[in-house]
Every structure is written in structure tokens, then in C-alpha cells.
Ligand binder design. Structure first.
Ligand code: HEM
Ligand SMILES: *[C@@H]1O[C@H](CO)[C@@H](O)[C@H](O)[C@H]1NC(C)=O
Ligand SMILES: CC(=O)N[C@H]1CO[C@H](CO)[C@@H](O)[C@@H]1O
Length: 419
């Protein structure tokens, strides 16, 4: 999905794009980023479960949001998950054959069988489960899943994705053509620096995906145990500062705007209707698999859906997440770019980022920015570019139906590919 290009350091703007390169469509398949080999996250250490059982989140007996086959469900939440008596979705801890990764939400979905318990999932499972369990809006569920599968870490033909380490032998339609498909652990495509509770890649020998319980404890202390907008926004900012100060290879590119969005899931999607939707420490820790010890430290246990958990009532859609991203960014504006020889260098991503500074004034801008991540060439590290393949862009646009984006008034044309 990407072609590594060398760019002049610091100036990573690549707009307009090389849409006319006749080789682009195949190049992306050949030049995948190689993942870690024997390092954490690489194929050699990645668990393998020969008995892959697909996940399923819908049945006539327990229909939840009626989301099935990747189609829009009813978008009406406020119900308990798993439903009483729904044994298929009981919590089962992962075995050493199962893959888990950097996303607490997906790890929990796998531990409850809403997506495949072995951690090798696909587009329809993700889109259905996000709607049925969290009442995520269909538009956002498709967007986040398609982005990850088509452009970052999965296989565009099988639509399979590993929610953690490199499982190319199971996700790829043809490993010798696709090269490695690093899964969600793959760095700087979706996973990135300045995470809330994960280490930076370069400061931890490549483990950027396990829960760091020290970081979780600091997170809990910073928020005072209330994981609401202010608590999460403040910790997100501190995570950025820590990472930028401590990590000589720190990189915070356009895709990192997604992570402001993922951070909002903590107070928008995790809270329990039976707690009045208050994002408490206990609730958040259960989702994160952070178990408090008697001495006040935390240990890591499998993520799970809290007991008697009732999901949000209204769907969490793209425009809503865009509003949260905007608000979170406005509370603590931070530079986009990376560290080069000890100095922070800003990057460009026209028209929204110039010299590392972002200008976004309304939720529609953020939605257009997100959309541009799907269709544009995106700087994904200081010397790399993530290049969406023409087929991938077409696939995503077909999925999304296109129309909902046309009304946003995005400055960049929302066509197949910017010229
Ligand atoms: C449906 C497709 C989804 C994909 C592909 C996905 C993927 C990811 C990835 C790659 C990260 C790591 C980001 C980073 O490096 O900072 C992440 C983080 C996160 N995700 Fe997801 N996610 C999905 C859905 C969800 C859902 C439904 C929830 C919860 C309701 C969720 C909650 C979170 C949270 C809270 C984080 C921040 C983790 C931390 O650093 O502490 N995600 N997700
Ligand atoms: C967790 O994060 C802290 C703070 O960055 C760091 O000092 C520690 O080494 C990390 N722990 C692990 C196990 O990586
Ligand atoms: C520093 C760190 O977190 N190291 C971990 C890297 O990942 C492996 C496998 O997941 C762990 O065993 C290490 O503790």
C-alpha cells in the first residue's frame, strides 16, 4: 500500500500527488514495509491458531443493532452487551495462540468473540461489531476499518486484518505478491508515537502495542480517576510532550489526528449506561485490562466488557468524532512533524497543515482532513509516504457510497484521486 520515497528532511509536503505514475498501482503491493522479523510484532513471534473461528456479532436471537454483513444497522443503542444469556459472547481470555494488539477496544471485542477470537478479523466483522457492541455509527465504523485494512495494515483483497502482530500467512491473498502485512502493530501507519498507554516504538525495542501499566497509572492519576474530555485531553497532551521530549525518533504525522479520535472513545464509547455514562476509573480499567494491585500499581490482564455494561444511545458518527478531535486539538494545540537531529521539524500536509501547524476551524474541516488521509499521499514518517493504491481508494469510495462526503464542502475535490 505504500511506496517509500526519500523526501527533503522536514518538508514532507507531497500535494499534489503522483497520480499519474503508471506503476503506482502495483508498486504499493511490492513495497510494503517489512515488519520486525523476530522483533516484537514481527511474523516469527506472532501467535498462530490453526483453528480459526470467525467472529459473529449478530444473530436473530441476539440481534443487538441488527448490523450484519458490513451493512448499516439500526443505530439505536442503550442496551446491555453481551445480552443476558448470550453465551457465544462470554468473556474467554486469549490463549497463547491468539493475537492481541494496541487497541483495547478490538482486544475486548476479540475476547468476547464479537470478532474472531484468534485476532485475525476482516472488514465485515469489524464494521458489524463496532455498531452492535459500541453503537459506533456505520460511517465511522467503515471509515476506521477501511482505512486500516486498505491503506495501512491489512489485505485489500481478502479484507483481512491482524489486530496485532504480523500474520501475513493468514491475512494475505498471496504473500509473495503482497509482501508483509504487518497488522495493527505495524508502526507509523495507524499505530504511532504519543499513545496514551503504549510505549513509543523506538524507545522500547519495537514493543509499541502492549499496555504499559506505569503509563496507565499515570493516566489515572492525571485524570484524578475521571476519564472525561478534560482528563483525556490533558493526558493526550502530556503523552505528546513526553514522547517528543524523550524519543529522538519521535514522529507525529497527519494520521496521528486519528489518535485524538481514538482517545475520545474512552469517554464516548466505553462508559456504562448503568453508571449514568460516567467514565469512571473502574470502568475504564476493565476495558483496558488494567488490574489494580494492593500496593497501588497495576498489572495487565485481558481486556473485557464490564459486567452489566449498557452501550451509548446515539450512534457515534464521523461528524461527532470530528467535533471531539477539533475540541481536543484546540485545548492543547501541538505541532505535526518529527525530531531530526535533536530538533523538532514541522511538516506540511496541504491544505490543513503548514510548517507543522494545523488550521482546522469546524468539524467539517476535520472530516475533510480525515477523508484526505484516505485519498491523498500521506507522510507517514520523516522519510516515508503512505501511498494509497488506486484500487484501494476506489474500494473505499465504493464502500462509503461517496455521497455523504460531497456535502461537506471540502476544499480538496472528493474524487477518486486528487490530480
Ligand atoms: C473498528 C476498528 C478499529 C481499529 C482498526 C482500531 C485501531 C486502533 C489502533 C491501531 C490503535 C493504536 C493507536 C496508537 O498508536 O495510538 C488504537 C487505539 C485505541 N483504540 Fe482502537 N481501533 C478500532 C476501534 C476501536 C473501538 C471500537 C474502540 C473502543 C470503543 C477503540 C478504542 C481505542 C482506544 C481507547 C485507543 C487508545 C489506546 C491507548 O493508547 O491507550 N478502538 N485503535
Ligand atoms: C512504561 O513507561 C514508562 C514511562 O515512559 C517507562 O519508564 C517504562 O520503561 C515502561 N515500561 C515498560 C515495561 O516498557
Ligand atoms: C520493553 C517491553 O515492553 N518489552 C516487551 C516487548 O514485547 C515482548 C513480547 O510482547 C515482551 O515480552 C517484552 O516485555
Amino acid at each position: 500500500m505504500r511506496a517509500a520515497l526519500l523526501l527533503p528532511l522536514g518538508v514532507a509536503s507531497a500535494f499534489p500527488f503522483m497520480a499519474n505514475d503508471p506503476n503506482l498501482a502495483n508498486k504499493h503491493l511490492l513495497e510494503r514495509q517489512q515488519s520486525g522479523g523476530i522483533l516484537p510484532g514481527g511474523p516469527e513471534t506472532c501467535p498462530f491458531n490453526p483453528d480459526h473461528q470467525p467472529g459473529h456479532s449478530f444473530s436473530l436471537k441476539f440481534p443487538y443493532n441488527w448490523a450484519n454483513n458490513g451493512l448499516p444497522g439500526k443505530g439505536k443503542g442503550g442496551y446491555q452487551v453481551p445480552a443476558p444469556g448470550d453465551d457465544a459472547h462470554r468473556f474467554i481470555p486469549p490463549t497463547d495462540k491468539d493475537i492481541r494488539g494496541p487497541c483495547p477496544g478490538l482486544n475486548a471485542l476479540a475476547n468476547h468473540g464479537f470478532i474472531a477470537r484468534d485476532g485475525v478479523t476482516n472488514l465485515h466483522e469489524l464494521v458489524d461489531a463496532a455498531q452492535n457492541v459500541f453503537n459506533m455509527g456505520w460511517d465511522l465504523a467503515v471509515f476506521i476499518s477501511a482505512f486500516t485494512i486498505y491503506l495501512a495494515d491489512g489485505d485489500p483483497i481478502t479484507t483481512k486484518l491482524s489486530i496485532g502482530c504480523d500474520a501475513t500467512t493468514r491475512t494475505s491473498w498471496n504473500p509473495s505478491i503482497t509482501g508483509s502485512e504487518p497488522g495493527l502493530d505495524g508502526h507509523n501507519k495507524f499505530e504511532s508515537d504519543a499513545s496514551l498507554t503504549r510505549n513509543d516504538y523506538f524507545t522500547a525495542n519495537g514493543d509499541n502495542f502492549s499496555l504499559n501499566t506505569t503509563l496507565f497509572k499515570m493516566f489515572a492519576e492525571t485524570t484524578g480517576g475521571l476519564f472525561d474530555f478534560d482528563g483525556v485531553a490533558d493526558w493526550k497532551y502530556l503523552s505528546y510532550v513526553r514522547s517528543r521530549t524523550e524519543n529522538p525518533d519521535f514522529f507525529f504525522g497527519p494520521i496521528a489526528i486519528f489518535h485524538h479520535g481514538a482517545a475520545s472513545f474512552i469517554y464516548e464509547l466505553f462508559p456504562n449506561g448503568n453508571d449514568g455514562y460516567v467514565p469512571t476509573l473502574e470502568n475504564t480499567a476493565t476495558w483496558y485490562g488494567a488490574k489494580k494491585n494492593r500496593d497501588g500499581s497495576y498489572e495487565s490482564v485481558p481486556e473485557r466488557i464490564p459486567d452489566n455494561w449498557v452501550n451509548r444511545e446515539d450512534p457515534y458518527s464521523i461528524l461527532e468524532i470530528a467535533g471531539q478531535i477539533l475540541k481536543m486539538y484546540a485545548k492543547h494545540p501541538v505541532g505535526f512533524g518529527g525530531n531530526v537531529n535533536g530538533n523538532f521539524v514541522g511538516l506540511d500536509f496541504s491544505p490543513y497543515i503548514k510548517g507543522g501547524e494545523v488550521s482546522l476551524t469546524k468539524p467539517e474541516d476535520v472530516a475533510c482532513f480525515l477523508y484526505q488521509l484516505l485519498t491523498a499521499r500521506v507522510p507517514s514518517s520523516l522519510n516515508g509516504i503512505l501511498t494509497p493504491a488506486v484500487e484501494a481508494v476506489e474500494g473505499i469510495l465504493t464502500l462509503l457510497g461517496g455521497t455523504q462526503w460531497k456535502n461537506l464542502g471540502c476544499p480538496a475535490p472528493l474524487t477518486k484521486r486528487d490530480e
